[in-house]
Design a protein around this ligand. Structure first.
Ligand code: IMO
Ligand code: MG
Length: 426
């Protein structure tokens, strides 16, 4: 298998984990390269379901290696909790999970500041996951208080860094937000202990991945969130704090762009979004509720009901352009099995003009109304189908139109959460 990136083409929750778990069959190493415990990646193998927030979704293949890249903000509590939980279910991470020494850490004050910021009445309310992602990336980029995995391994440096950071953050929590201050020594003790537990997993992952590629090993990069949540290309400010697009696989792991062969955009056969921000094809009321029930669309990280809408062509077309998608993996086709009629947004209408491209200006997007094409539903179960030609003709027409609108061929169609509920198109 060539080197591949699998990333979200919409607003996250596209079913990336299912696709990554499936593609790991052909890979040797799976790499997470951005985001943190805001991700909620659900993998179902046999009857065991696992939700990963920090660990790559390939970990349930026991002979494969998994890497947490430098671009990820690492929440040690969440990471170590996942390692322990996997261990209880019989999956060992020892000797095959590697964590970048250069990745920044999520600290308790990042989570406290995330929550306090969201609850305060000033500024934009994004509807974050509350996992401290924005404040952790802020510290990384600001450089004054950033703490990295390598600092965890040296208790003296760690204590020094944390003392000054916690004092400064407590002042903000107290004076700006009127929130409770955090206990300095408890945090330092906890993080020194986390460091000891993480030590065996830490290494220079840029070196490791590049050496493995040189040896001919197959590397799969796993994106978190989705293209429209990218801090530069998404629906700013209603985005996450990292680049979620294909370039981040390189910067977030120390691998050059010339080493990437394929970029797969994972997209649902409809659209969902969690948190605030524009959503042109959103279905409100009973229609949206119905799709939410059909797809059990509730957040894997926060449990929040996801906003649901029809497939949006201009969005995935933008994802193809921004990421250089070589194909799309279409998920959740089976969720639509019972619907009588389906709609697909092919373009937008904006003040009398037809827009083919997703506008980057939110003021334009606000005025956009979806132009829909209607499809008759296939109204047959697709869950057991394994060959593209065996899909109902109406389902194939729907998939073909989506690929056409996305400007990328469909290489995979998923008809259920299980690893084998997958149709390979290529
Ligand atoms: P996966 O990897 C869907 C959304 C949040 C919020 C915005 C910013 O499972 O697809 P943050 O906590 O990142 O500062 O929140 O981004 N968000 C996601 N939505 N799937 C995700 O991850 C998300 N991670 C963050 O709901 O709107
Ligand atoms: Mg998710």
């Amino acid at each position: 298998m060539p080197t591949k990136i699998a990333l979200g083409a919409q607003w996250g929750d596209e079913g990336k984990a299912k696709i990554v778990d499936y593609l790991t069959l052909e890979a040797d190493i799976v790499v997470r390269y951005q985001g943190g415990a805001n991700a909620g990646h659900t993998v179902k193998v046999d009857d065991t379901e696992f939700v990963f927030h920090m660990i790559p979704s390939g970990i349930m293949h026991e002979e494969k290696a998994c890497v947490v890249g430098n671009g990820v903000v690492v929440d040690p509590e969440a990471l170590l909790g996942e390692i322990a939980e996997l261990g209880e279910k019989g999956f060992s991470c020892e000797g095959r999970l590697f964590i970048s020494q250069s990745a920044h850490l999520v600290m308790p004050y990042h989570k406290a500041l995330d929550k306090a910021g969201e609850e305060s009445k000033t500024g934009v309310t994004i509807g974050t996951t509350g996992r401290g992602i924005g404040p952790a990336y802020r510290d990384k980029v600001e450089r004054t208080f950033g703490v990295r995995v390598m600092d965890l391994l040296d208790p003296n440096t760690l204590g020094e860094k944390l003392r000054s950071a916690i004092r400064a953050k407590n002042e903000i929590l107290n004076k700006i937000y009127g929130a409770e201050e955090l206990d300095e020594s408890a945090i330092i003790d906890d993080y020194i202990a986390y460091g000891e537990r993480m030590r065996p997993y830490v290494r220079d992952i840029s070196l490791y991945i590049n050496e493995e590629i040189d040896k001919g090993r197959n590397v799969l990069f796993e994106g978190a969130q989705g293209t429209l949540l990218d801090v530069d290309h998404g629906t700013y400010p209603y985005v996450t704090s990292s680049n979620t697009t294909a370039g981040a696989a390189c910067t977030g792991s120390g691998v050059g762009p010339t080493r990437i062969d394929e970029v797969i955009g994972v997209t649902k056969a409809y659209t969902t979004r969690v948190g605030n921000g524009p959503f042109p094809t959103e279905m409100l009321g009973d229609e949206g509720d119905h799709l939410r029930q059909l797809g059990n669309e509730f957040g894997a990280t926060t449990g929040r009901p996801r906003r649901c809408g029809w497939f949006d062509g201009p969005i995935v077309r933008a994802a193809t352009r921004i990421n250089g998608l070589t194909s799309i993996a279409l998920t959740r086709l089976d969720t639509l099995d019972t619907l009588g009629n389906l709609k697909v947004c092919v373009a937008y209408e904006c003040e009398g003009q037809t827009l083919q491209q997703f506008p980057s200006d939110p003021r334009v997007l606000e005025k956009c109304k979806p132009i829909y094409e209607e499809f008759e539903g296939w109204q047959e179960p697709t869950h057991e189908i394994r060959r593209y030609e065996d899909l109902p003709a109406k389902a194939r027409a729907y998939v073909d139109r989506i690929a056409d609108l996305s400007h990328a061929p469909a290489s995979i169609v998923s008809v259920g959460p299980e690893r084998d509920a997958t149709i390979r198109v290529d």
